[in-house]
Design a protein around this ligand. Sequence first.
Ligand code: FA5
Length: 350
Amino acid sequence: MMEKVNQLKAAFAERLQNVADAQELETIRVEFLGKKGSVTGLLKDMKELGNEEKKAFGQLVNTLKNEITEAIAEKTQALGRLAIERQINSMPDFDLSAPPVLDRGSYHPITLVQRECEQVFRSMGFTVEDYSEIVTDYECFESLNIPKHHPARDMQDTYYLTNGQLLKSQTSAAQNAIYKKYRRALIEEGKPIKAVFPGRCFRNETTDACHENTFFQMEGVMVDKNISISNLIFFMKTMLSEVFKKDIKVRLRPGFFPFVEPGFELDISCLICGGEGCPSCKHSGWLELCPCGMIHPEVLKAGGIDPEEYTGFAFGLGMTRLAMMKYGIADIRDLNSGNLRCLCQFTQDA
Ligand code: FA5
């Protein structure tokens, strides 16, 4: 009996040493600890033993069971750490101390990400629109169901000009103009509105590793008959897998924006720390990347579209944060720094 226990112990140790991933580890766990596993199988032999021997053998099997459970838990953690290391190592090299290459010009990483996103959306039939950086209060707030004195304005304090205009705090400021530009084609010719509009945004807020006072977003809207949340999720997933060229862990949770109902926050697992928590993700392991939702009826009405007949989705992709995640840039402020050591390293991707 004792020999059987030792043999099993040795067999487990050997299997554990060579395990490559979590799936294989689970197979081993079932093989040894499952209902029909080898450790459970040992107990069947107990029938042949006397009472005293039964007790001693039972304890032996229990100890073995605990040892195997513990070893599996340790291995699970080690494999998790390994997976994170692999993910970090697979990110493109980004070295702030590398000497700048000054003999040629280079594209800014945000330009590269913006072009890539534009191309993805163009291939799905979206038009790419340009819009002003200086907008009116109506464009940035009122037309988006945010009347004066609405508390949602506190989240987006921006810079006001003496003539009452303002530097846009969100690319959503172009929504109203886009609806008005395309509503005739929608209503008279049945052409869905499918548009993205990238742009620079401004907010009067304190900067940190993931917040800038000047950053880029890309807004997207789609309006037609029978547009639903499934359409929204499909386009979001397609965009992320095209940009990152791999599966990215995302989570969708409820979010409040007066111009959508229902509204969501779409977060991605932080690629700087692999989800462990770091300054780039405010130590949460997740990064708010792309809030979205179904366009509020009042917003469609303001754009001259009948919400009884048409529905649509909208999203506001944080393009500066997307560039951080794609290129492994831990501090958002490097992107506006004008530091060529950082910025010229992305030329080869152009
Ligand atoms: C908005 O700006 C909404 N207009 C987005 C939206 C559009 C919602 C359409 C629903 C429908 P928010 O303030 O959360 O939402 O910003 C959107 C994204 O922009 C954030 O997830 C983040 O990725 C990025 N962002 C916001 N503030 C900053 C900042 N200070 N620095 C860098 N990126 C930022």
